[in-house]
Structures are given as structure tokens and as C-alpha cells.
Design a protein around this ligand. Structure first.
Ligand code: GDP
Length: 596
């Protein structure tokens, strides 16, 4: 075993999720801010990408709700970038890297699309979570009690204010239940593993924040203690949050370490675009405290960091590292084994692709996986899926698709490289780029819908359309060559140059072909239901093949009738549908399988 290795409990990693503007950032700021004002130096530690709040500070903030002696977990590590985008990036060993999550829901807004999306991710990764029903202070008549636990503040409100808040809280509880989670107000929850606790909070006044911290500590201590056991001196394991260019350091990795220890000089293996990268750590960096912001250097070097922590790693050859990929320290283990471990972890995330489909690009492995899942649900096949900005090669690949709905690139939170932009302009490849998955998929589905409609319109243009019309009494203008008679269009739209039939005992008899339509003396190409026009029909003689009062039809080829009935019935107007049904029932009384 490694030097000074021993088992110990690490800090649980907490992520904050929720819909935009529901207060994720404010809540994190509040937790960090009140931690700082509560304690002296060391109240919190700012890491790269995360904030550590030690147990003592949690206890000071939470008052009676968290007693230091009841816990042996060292505190909480909050990931600083809120949102499920970073959450899905944060993964480890096939699951979520965050041990526990806060789902922020605006009490007034309730569940919104990104709330649903966050819930899906939490369900899929099996991450325990609590709901922070935020902005409780906006309840009309609310009497704020800054930084107070929520229960006494709630109990002290007017009946009216409490009732209004309750309505909103119960709506959220209902929405959770619709999403398949049994939930209740947190002070009624006995078993937080089985029921989701809903905590009314205000990121503005700090009310409910003590309760939120208490529930996070309690949940971690009770149900996740075993998972917090780590090998303190063991080889560090982490996940890349971001690959960042830093002046003086080149490409660096912002990493969350969830196990073991990482030291300067360590050899690490990192998941890369094409293959795992093996490199040696030049420097481990942490942000400089604010007071020294005027100093040119933004980072302090540290010799080592132990889990759980956020840290910036400077090392050569990191250009091809990908966000969301694993980082492993090589210590006590053969290099080949570590490379294999990284490869197999990457393979787990690999997206299923098919021979035909769209091209998907995403900024991190986690978001790529989330995209792939969402596309699978929407039954959209994927031809190729990669982490990275949109490059000319992606345009070329998408351009080879046969179907227009597959000549598509879906980009999630990525940039378009300038030479790819040019390629896009010169191709028929469509790009959809968004940073909200459900919107991206909605946009794409809208586009497919539009394509389908356009295709149907072209088919409709090429197809013979049904119409039924009646020869009017006393409107015979010419007996034959051609016969010219007045007609009323009963249903459908009659078009010139179409064949005309008449049913005799349900037997279709072709009587001729339309060679002209006149409406009030003017030549027209078609006549809609309800209009009276005079028509010239080549073929029949009035008094023999046709007569006054006869019901006539535009002749529908069987194939056209079939397409109309089976594929286009939703596209054609009601009166035309009536003409189609009439025509079909005449044909089918003779041959039940006609047009089927
Ligand atoms: P995010 O997009 O989820 O990170 O939301 P923000 O933290 O940026 O908050 C969105 C808006 O809501 C901002 O204008 C905040 O000031 C406001 N806000 C957030 N939390 C609260 C709260 O508890 N009470 C009130 N009254 N406003 C809040």
C-alpha cells in the first residue's frame, strides 16, 4: 500500500440544480456569504470550482439544527457552477460525481422545463436530493426573519401568508409526485431516503438555509457515510470539470478530486479526445484569496490536495483532455492498469451510434451522454457523437446523409469554428445549437415536422384531389363536343383537365375529361366547394352519358385515393375529406378492398 494510507471520511460533494432564474446562484452566494460573516478566517475555503464549508461553520450557521458532536463527516463541498449542465459533467465511475443535490424550485413558478430535466438526471443517476422551495419571502404578507430556521419563521407568519405559501408548496409536492417522487414538507419527513424533503427557503433573507444545511448533513451522515470512506493517502481520483487555457500554464484542468490524494509531480492519466493522456503534474493551483486580487498571480501553488476538493492541474499535453473525463494518479499500480481503468470508464460513456442519423457535438462527456439519452427517448438516431466544437469535418459527415432530416448537426453548448461556419454556409447541412437540451430537441423536432409538411405539400400538389359536383337543372349550354353545363361543386375542389366519372349502381363509369371551367364568364383553373361554375366536358353527350341533376365525381386513381386516406387525411380540408369518403364508400360497396 501507499505511504500513510488510511481510511477516513471525506466531504460529501453537493451540486445545485434547477430552472434558470429560480435562484441557484443566489442560494450558493447566500451559503458562502453567511458562512464568511458567521465565522472567522477558515470559515470556508475557496477551491477551484468548489467551496468547502467545514462542519464547524455548518454548525454555526445551522444553530441547534446541526450539533458538531453528532457528525463525523468533515463538512460539505459545494460545486460552484450551478445547473444540471455542470452536474451532468460531474460524473465518476458511471454515476454522478455529486453525492447529493439541491433542486432549487421557485415557489411561485413551480416545475419548469429545466426542473423536469434536472429531475430526470437525478433519477437516472440515483442521486439523493432535497428540494429548496426558494423565494418564500415573496409570499404576499411575508414577514422576514433573516437567517432563521424556516419552521419558527413559517409558524410565526400570518394565517394568510402561510396559506398562500402552503398552496405553492403543495403544488410543488404534487409535481414531485407526478415525477414519481414521494415528497413532503421536510419537517414531516421521517425517512429522507424514501421521501424527498421540501424545504421552504429564501436565498434573499437566508430563511431556511440552516434547515437546508441540516438536511444535507443528515442525509449524508445517515445514508452515505460508507460512500464517504476513502483511502486518504491513496492515489487521487477525480473528474475534469473544465479544460482551460491559463496564461503562463497553457492548457490546465479544473478537477474535482473525490478520492485519495494528488501531489505535485504525480504521474496522471486523463481521458483525452482520441486516447488517454499520460502526463506529469507541474503544479497544483488554488485561487488566491480576494485580498490579494491586485497581485498579478491569480493562483497559489499547493503541494497536494486530498479528497474532496477542487483544484487546477497544470501539466504538459493537456490540449486534448475532455471535460467530464476521469483523472487518475498513477501510484503503486502499473501504468497500463491505470490506462485501462480510464479507458473502460470512457467506454461506459460512449454513445450508441447507427449507420444513419444526426451528428451530435457537446462540450463535455456528461452532456454528450445526456444529449444521447434525450435523443434516444425522442427516437432520433445518431450517426456520430463527439465532445468538442463544431469543425469542418462534422459538416462534411452530416452532409453525407441521404435524408434531409439527417443532414443535421446538434450542438450542445459548443462553438462553431470559423472554417466550419464557411462550410455550413456552402452546404445544405442544418445546425441547431443551444445550451438547453430540451430546447435543442424541440427545435430539431420542429424542423423535422416542417420538413414533413413540406414533403406532404409536394405530394398533395402531384396527387389527384377528390371533388363531387352536381349538374344543375336548366343549365345545359351545349349538348356535346364538348358538353357545356352548369354545375355546383358539393365538396372538394374541382380542377381543370381531370377525368370525370359517374357511378351507376356503384359502378364507376368514366364520362369524359374536364377541358374548361368558367366562373361568371371568366376562365378559372379550379372551383371550390359551394361555388357554381360552368364546365366543358370532353366526351359525353347530355341526355345520354350525363343528365341534368346527375352527381359527378373527379376520377381518383386507386393509388392516389390510398395515399390520401392513409397519409394525408390530416392535411386536407374537411369538405375534401367528405368527397374522399363518399368516393371510397362508392368504390368499396363494389370492392371492399379498393384503395386499401
Ligand atoms: P439562477 O439562474 O437559478 O442562478 O438564479 P439567480 O440566483 O440568478 O436568481 C434569479 C433572480 O431571482 C435574481 O434576480 C435574484 O436576485 C432573485 N432571487 C433569487 N433567490 C431569491 C429569493 O429567495 N427571494 C427573492 N425575492 N429573490 C430571489
Amino acid at each position: 500500500m501507499s505511504d500513510n494510507s488510511s481510511s477516513s471520511l471525506r466531504t460529501p460533494i453537493v451540486a445545485v440544480l434547477g430552472h434558470v432564474d429560480h435562484g441557484k446562484t443566489s442560494l450558493l452566494d447566500k451559503i458562502r456569504g453567511s458562512a464568511v460573516s458567521e465565522g472567522e478566517a477558515g470559515a470556508i475555503t475557496q477551491h477551484i470550482g468548489a467551496t468547502a464549508v467545514p462542519l464547524e461553520t455548518v454548525s454555526e450557521m445551522a444553530g441547534d439544527l446541526v450539533k458538531v458532536e453528532d457528525f463525523d463527516l468533515p463538512g460539505l463541498l459545494f460545486i460552484d457552477t450551478p445547473g444540471h449542465h455542470s452536474f451532468s459533467t460531474l460524473r465518476s465511475r458511471g454515476g454522478a460525481l455529486a453525492d447529493i443535490a439541491i433542486l432549487v424550485v421557485d415557489v411561485n413558478d413551480g416545475f419548469q422545463p429545466q426542473t423536469e430535466e434536472a429531475i430526470d438526471i437525478l433519477r437516472r443517476t440515483g442521486t439523493p436530493f432535497v428540494v429548496a422551495a426558494n423565494k418564500a419571502d415573496t409570499t404576499p404578507g411575508w414577514n422576514p426573519n433573516p437567517d432563521s430556521p424556516i419552521k419558527p419563521s413559517y409558524d410565526g407568519q400570518s394565517d394568510n401568508a402561510r396559506k398562500r405559501l402552503d398552496e405553492n408548496l403543495y403544488r410543488i409536492i404534487g409535481e414531485l409526485s407526478d415525477a414519481g417522487f414521494s415528497a413532503d414538507l421536510y419537517w414531516r419527513v421521517q425517512n429522507f431516503q424514501r421521501n424527498i424533503g421540501v424545504i421552504p427557503v429564501s436565498a434573499l433573507t437566508g430563511e431556511g438555509v440552516p434547515d437546508l444545511l441540516a438536511v444535507l448533513m443528515g442525509l449524508s451522515q445517515r445514508f452515505m457515510k460508507e460512500e464517504m470512506e476513502i483511502d486518504v493517502g491513496g492515489p487521487g481520483k477525480g473528474t475534469v470539470l473544465e479544460v482551460k487555457e491559463e496564461r503562463g500554464f497553457g492548457s490546465t484542468l479544473d478537477v474535482v478530486v473525490y478520492d485519495g490524494i494528488i501531489r505535485e509531480g504525480d504521474t496522471i492519466v486523463v481521458g483525452g479526445k482520441d486516447e488517454p493522456i499520460v502526463t506529469e503534474i507541474r503544479a497544483l493551483l488554488q485561487p488566491r484569496p480576494n485580498a490579494e486580487i491586485r497581485v498579478e498571480k491569480r493562483f497559489d501553488r499547493v503541494e497536494e490536495v486530498g479528497a474532496a476538493a477542487g483544484v487546477k492541474i497544470a501539466a504538459p499535453d493537456l490540449d486534448d483532455a475532455i471535460a467530464g473525463a476521469p483523472v487518475r494518479v498513477v501510484r503503486d499500480q502499473p501504468l497500463a492498469d491505470v490506462i485501462e481503468a480510464v479507458e473502460s470508464e470512457l467506454a461506459e460513456i460512449e454513445v450508441e451510434t447507427e449507420d444513419n442519423g444526426v451528428v451530435v457535438k457537446a462540450d463535455t462527456l456528461g452532456s454528450l451522454e445526456a444529449m444521447a439519452n434525450a435523443l434516444k427517448e425522442a427516437e432520433v438516431p445518431i450517426l456520430r457523437a463527439e465532445v468538442g466544437d463544431i469543425a469542418p469535418r462534422d459538416v462534411a459527415v452530416a452532409g453525407t446523409a441521404n435524408q434531409p432530416e439527417e443532414k443535421v448537426i446538434l450542438g450542445f453548448n459548443v462553438d462553431v469554428l470559423s472554417n466550419a461556419e464557411r462550410e455550413l454556409e456552402n452546404s445544405d447541412v442544418r445546425l441547431f445549437n443551444d445550451d438547453v437540451i430540451y430546447q435543442l430537441i424541440e427545435e430539431y423536432e420542429g424542423f423535422v415536422e416542417e420538413l414533413k409538411r413540406a414533403q406532404q405539400e409536394t405530394i398533395l400538389d402531384k396527387i389527384v384531389r377528390p371533388a363531387r359536383f352536381r349538374v344543375l337543372e336548366d343549365h345545359v349550354f351545349r349538348q356535346s363536343n364538348p358538353a357545356v353545363v352548369g354545375v355546383e361543386v358539393m365538396s372538394g375542389t374541382m380542377k381543370n383537365n381531370m377525368r370525370v366519372v359517374k357511378f351507376e349502381n356503384n359502378e364507376p363509369q368514366r364520362v369524359g375529361e374536364l377541358s374548361g371551367i368558367q366562373e361568371q364568364g371568366d376562365d378559372v383553373s379550379q372551383a371550390r366547394a359551394g361555388t357554381r361554375v360552368s364546365v366543358a366536358i370532353d366526351g359525353p353527350t347530355v341526355g345520354r352519358q350525363i343528365d341534368e341533376g346527375d352527381e359527378l365525381w373527379i376520377e381518383l386513381p386507386e393509388k392516389h385515393a390510398k395515399i390520401l386516406e392513409q397519409e394525408l387525411r390530416d392535411e386536407i380540408p374537411a369538405d375534401e375529406l367528405e368527397a374522399l369518403s363518399g368516393y371510397l364508400s362508392k368504390q368499396r360497396s363494389r370492392d371492399p378492398f379498393w384503395g386499401k
